[in-house]
Design a protein around this ligand. Sequence first.
Ligand code: PNS
Length: 165
Amino acid sequence: MSDDGTVLCPGSYDPVTNGHLDIITRSSQVFERVVVCVVNNPLRKDRTLFTAEERQAFIEAATAHLGNVEVRIFSNLLVQSARELGAKAIVKGLRAISDFEYEFEMAQLNRKLDPEIESIYMIASPEYSFLSSTGVKEMATFGGDVSDLVPGPVAAAMADRLAER
Ligand code: PNS
């Protein structure tokens, strides 16, 4: 397979939501190979609910039926990972105008770091336009039902992890 069709889908994925999976699935239908990059940010490590390995395992389980998707943990610059993996583009979801400002900055920073890596934005499906990992964690913390917002195993693991705290 040529590397020309490889894209990265980066994120914290703490935890992966059905909105993330919508973007990953749609990307897998457009591009040859999708590498989901789970950020292992040392600055945020003690603030994540799940370890990078746990986040990776949740995504691997939820995308096992997609033959052209793989999941990796990364702890360097995204454009560096893109170069190493032969990816020409970074694909991210855009939910609302409020996402735009942050994503505009990220796209410009990444362009400055490597003008050859393109940033591509996919508009979130309407049913997921309100969905974020932060919102899901807050709902679960206060006993809200998140079963139709995240994969089943993630909902169960969140309940367990939050009960430990
Ligand atoms: O899910 P998130 O938290 O919005 O994802 C943010 C992420 C991981 C995409 C972003 O923090 C990132 O790209 N981090 C890697 C470091 C990097 O390359 N930064 C860009 C320019 S400084």
